[in-house]
Design a protein around this ligand. Structure first.
Ligand SMILES: Cc1ncc(COP(=O)(O)O)c(C=O)c1O
Length: 410
């Protein structure tokens, strides 16, 4: 390790994240990202990695996407800055209009945030105000963020750690279990169901046929709103702009973040239908966010939406992800160690044979030149998420490294 790298690690160990550094160190990973470009990140030592974690979708367009850097520069040259959330803004209005038009359901308004957790908080608050109910039903071991409200739904281990869980109003049910969902809703006391369309922390299990649309019907039956968390699954990576479009659901609220930033400037949004957004007409100061809806972020977000809603790009996601699936299936035939391939477009979970096989594969892939993350609540699965511009030669490189890693781990 060079001197600069150990200095950076030491400073972070001392002042930022000692325990996280220990955890990665125990697996044998001491990555300090230096150069980054397109699908690649480079350790400050020079090691090149294909980034297949893309920070949960943040680098959906790749690292330092030239078109996003250009948009950022344009925004600065136009004289924009964060703006002032109290007053109307051209960029905020335009991005909100674009989101309303591009989101399924009868969407009417948008509340901006600076990150995903904050936008989930807004979703929960909106649903509670609209229904005058507190209970939120989510999927066991789902993940929706780490702020107060977002952290108190889904897996609440970390909320408990900070004594900010809400056991009296947060209910978890297993994914793909409609009966348990109905049992949770039938007391007519639920404000909203929040579901990540293909849950990342569970290892991207695909929703069973009609599951999500039946959940929506149950919401309607029992007066709860449906919140689609599209923070990881949205923005074209599934082959449609929003993954929820594959499942015929018109949500009441949709949350987007991560990739909306183009990986360059933070911006997140909660898109609301009339019922969910009613509070905006009652009290405009009930929720505010200084950085939410920053004008520069809105300009960047508009550029991102222009790119990822292009039907030509979405068609290419279908074509290349089908090729990726075929190559993975060929690998699976040769190496049954690759137990299961879960895939929707470029959103994929790969399950390997062994309780911690995902961690072993993560390390082997890292050594061989790919960065992935293991699924938070299933260590046999790696989250495997090529960026949206992935082409066949990149797939071939990925498969070559994958095969080498499987041979080492099986
Ligand atoms: C599905 C999902 N929801 C919400 C969040 C929270 O987003 P943020 O980290 O921007 O607060 C994340 C972040 O990983 C996520 O993956």
């Amino acid at each position: 390790m060079n001197g600069l790298k150990s200095e950076i690690i030491e400073k972070n160990r001392q002042f930022v994240c000692p325990e996280k550094i220990r955890v990665f160190n125990d697996i044998g990973i001491n990555l300090v990202i230096g150069k980054r470009e397109g699908p690649y990140i480079y350790d400050i030592d020079g090691k090149k990695l294909i980034d297949l974690h893309i920070n949960g979708g943040t680098y959906n367009l790749g690292h330092r996407a030239p078109e996003i850097i250009k948009a950022l520069n344009e925004a600065l040259e136009m004289g924009l800055d964060i703006g002032n959330h109290h007053f109307p803004s051209s960029q905020r209005g335009l991005l909100a209009e674009q989101l309303v038009e591009l989101t399924p359901g009868d969407m009417k308004s948008v509340v901006f945030a600076s990150g995903g957790s904050e936008s989930v908080d807004v979703a929960i608050k909106s649903a509670r105000h609209a229904t005058n109910r507190r209970k939120i039903v989510s999927i066991d071991h789902g993940f929706h963020g780490r702020t107060g409200l977002s952290g108190s739904v889904g897996d609440t281990k970390n909320a408990q750690f900070f004594l900010s869980d809400a056991p009296d109003v947060s209910v978890g049910v297993p994914f793909n279990d409609l009966n348990k969902m109905e049992n949770a809703l039938k007391a007519n006391d639920t404000a909203a169901v929040i579901i990540e369309t293909i849950p990342a922390t569970l290892g991207f299990p695909l929703p069973e046929r009609n599951y999500l649309s039946d959940v929506k019907l149950l919401c309607e039956k029992y007066g709860a709103l449906y919140i689609a968390d599209e923070i990881q699954t949205g923005l074209g990576r599934s082959g449609k702009l929003w993954a929820i479009e594959h499942y015929g659901v018109n949500p009441d609220i949709l949350v987007t973040a991560k990739g909306l930033s183009g990986g360059i400037y933070p911006i997140a949004a909660t898109v609301l239908n009339k019922q969910a957004g009613a509070w905006l007409y009652e009290d405009g100061f009930a929720h505010i966010s200084t950085f939410g809806g920053s004008e520069i972020g809105c300009y960047v977000g508009r550029k991102v939406l222009d790119i990822v809603s292009d039907p030509k790009l979405l068609r290419n996601v279908d074509i290349v992800s089908a090729y990726l699936l075929k190559r993975l299936q060929d690998l699976q035939k040769k190496y049954p160690y690759l137990l299961e391939i879960r895939q929707k477009g470029f959103i994929s979970g790969l399950k390997f044979d062994g309780e911690i096989a995902g961690i072993e594969m993560l390390k082997a892939l890292y050594d061989n030149g790919i960065w992935v993350m293991v699924s938070g609540y299933d260590f046999s699965v790696i989250q495997f998420k090529p960026y949206i511009y992935t082409d066949k030669p990149l797939v071939d490189d990925i498969i070559e490294i994958m095969e080498k890693s499987i041979i080492q781990c099986q």
